[in-house]
Design a protein around this ligand. Structure first.
Ligand code: ATP
Ligand code: MG
Ligand code: MG
Ligand code: MG
Length: 564
């Protein structure tokens, strides 16, 4: 590729609306442009990187014997009703209707679609195990899309779904996918860690996330300093050490999950709002996810009355647990005796069911605890509750350390969750009908691009790992347009590099050397060859790796061999 033919949309200034370095650098390097919140266009340079990531993922999935398919992005509501998720998925699901008023959603994930396919296509245990994957655009109406393509609403995912006659076979494929994911992240050139993840309502020790380690990561990972133990702290988030994501999303309270009681001050710190705003925020956000504020006891009620929240117009009402359950469809029996409830919510069908429980002690000081709603998985273990650096590791080996990570992959043993609900069965060797076992395996293909930058950059720009760089080599002829020799020599070298299968960019712009250097450092091309009249007199070019500080001279005739 010649730079004169490339939309090289580099920007000098740091964009003010980009909080983290990968977002800033992707904008500055001209990789992406924002269309609307959480929606991005990939420019030619960015798309080259995305395609390289995709290529590695595809090659490794094929190597593992998975079969590529491509399912529709738009999915009929009926299948989601069958699995029960039409009701429970919540506001991240983008719902649409067609001209005949039939309901659809834009797929945030594809379990229903693949399960429907497989129940029609696979009849016998002889066709199993089978693993199907796709690389497809997903849409999730994230409450707070941010960090550019890192947490977008529309994004590219590789998702795979495996089907099995029994749990042992599922375990085998799961282990194979674990290995495949490790290979993928190694080939991508990323520092990563596989960690135990929440298995939600399904239970079992059967979910791992793959995290790229980076300080800007939204997840906290607890790991042992002397064993392989590692787990997402999300398993049981703690108030004193919330992840930035918990903070960002917290007004919906969807991911706060603690049986403990906390003061308003603690909660407000956690939510990143002023104490006086704390209850108000909850109430305001109620229309957007919180369906009921459930208050226990007179002290709290008085405190809330004293706070004179403008958003609560309706009188406080008594409600029995049965009545609340009937209205919000959520069993709150476990919360103990309930007193009063503030009726404040609106669109039950579209809302997440999240209960906020609070109480107050005799001094009128608020004590607040947050409980999970029906959508939210209960923590699998209490291992990580209030875990801190230096605590003994849950596997008994070593001490806990905490690192931050970006979730780039997630593998999961679903068991019969979808196959049961959707009656996906096959005949076993005795011609008995058996409900399929199922696994699912996701990789955030587009998120990986940002994660790679978080891990690989310096003050000049991006430092691409070799395998996903937009170009491997750049040729920079100095003041080519004033030289007799450079156009021809550079073109020749360019063509021999192309012929050798090397991904090379020829910077043929009429730009000052300083501008060319700065642009190429910003976009992070690993190998740089500078051609100048003076060095050509000596028969050499100047070589520098993006990560090195020193340049070296290489004979022109040896460049292709050197770079191969
Ligand atoms: P997160 O915890 O970051 O919201 P998730 O657990 O909801 O992610 P999964 O359902 O496990 O995501 O989806 C598989 C992968 O898709 C994730 O591991 C992540 O890499 C990627 N992904 C999920 N949501 C987004 C998003 N909004 N933007 C970009 N990539 C995403
Ligand atoms: Mg999510
Ligand atoms: Mg997650
Ligand atoms: Mg996940």
């Amino acid at each position: 590729m010649r730079t004169s033919r490339l939309l090289l949309a580099t920007v000098k200034e740091t964009p003010t609306d980009a909080e983290i370095i990968s977002h800033q650098l992707m904008l500055r390097a001209g990789m992406i442009r924002k269309l609307a919140a959480g929606l991005y266009t990939w420019l030619p340079l960015g798309l080259r990187v995305l395609r390289k990531v995709e290529h590695i993922v595809r090659e490794e999935m094929n190597r593992a014997g998975a079969q590529e398919v491509l399912m529709p992005a738009v999915q009929p509501a009926e299948l989601w009703q069958e699995s029960g998720r039409w009701e429970h998925y919540g506001p991240e699901l983008l719902r649409l209707s067609d001209r005949h008023q039939r309901e659809f959603c834009f797929g945030p994930t594809h379990e229903e679609i693949i399960t429907d396919l497989i129940r029609r296509e696979i009849r016998s245990y002889r066709q199993l195990p089978a693993n199907f994957y796709q690389i497809q655009t997903k849409f999730r109406d994230e409450i707070r899309p941010r960090f550019g393509i890192m947490r977008a609403r529309e994004f590219l995912m590789k998702d795979a779904y495996s089907f099995h006659i029994n749990a042992a076979s599922l375990q085998e494929t799961y282990d194979e996918m674990y290995e495949t994911y490790s290979r993928i992240f190694r080939r991508l050139g990323l520092k990563f860690r596989a960690v135990l993840a929440d298995t939600g309502s399904i239970g079992g020790n059967s979910s791992h996330e793959f995290h790229v380690l980076a300080d800007s990561g939204e997840d906290a990972i607890a790991y042992s300093d002397s064993s392989d133990y590692a787990a997402n702290v999300e398993l049981a988030p703690t108030l004193p050490n919330p992840s930035p994501r918990a903070k960002a999303q917290s007004p919906s309270l969807a991911i706060v999950n603690t049986p403990n009681q906390h003061t308003i001050e603690e909660v407000s710190q956690f939510l990143n709002v002023k104490p006086t705003q704390c209850l108000k925020t909850l109430v305001v956000e109620g229309t957007n996810g919180l369906v009921a504020l459930i208050v226990r006891g007179d002290h709290t009620l008085n405190a809330i009355k004293a706070a004179k929240l403008p958003d609560i117009q309706a009188p406080l009402q008594m409600a029995s647990p049965e009545k609340i359950k009937a209205e919000i469809g959520c069993d709150i029996g476990s919360l103990g005796p309930l007193g009063l409830r503030i009726p404040m919510v609106v669109d039950y069908a579209a809302a997440h069911v999240v209960d906020f429980v609070c109480g107050a002690n005799k001094n009128g000081q608020h004590l607040v605890g947050v409980n999970w709603g029906v959508d939210l998985p209960e923590p699998k273990t209490a291992d990580l509750r209030n875990i801190e650096v230096g605590d003994p590791s849950p596997d008994g080996k070593g001490m806990i350390q905490i690192a931050r990570g970006i979730e780039v992959g997630h593998i999961f043993q679903l068991g019969q969750k979808y196959s049961q609900a959707m009656q996906a069965t096959v005949l076993d060797e005795n011609s008995q009908s058996v409900i399929l076992q199922m696994g699912c395996y996701g990789i955030g293909v587009s998120r990986i691009v940002a994660a790679a930058i978080e891990q690989n950059h310096d003050d000049k720009g991006i430092l691409w790992p070799q395998n996903i760089a937009p170009f491997s080599v750049v040729l920079l002829p100095m003041n080519m347009h004033k030289s007799d020799r450079l156009p021809e020599v550079t073109t020749q070298l360019y063509e021999s590099l192309l012929a050798a299968g090397i991904d090379v960019l020829f910077d043929d712009r009429k730009e000052r050397p300083g501008v060319m250097f700065a642009d190429m450092e910003l976009i992070g091309i690993p190998h740089r060859i500078v051609l100048g009249d003076r060095s050509l007199d000596k028969g050499v070019v100047e070589y520098k790796h993006r990560r090195d500080s020193e340049t070296q001279e290489i004979p022109l005739s040896e460049v292709v061999a050197f770079l191969k």
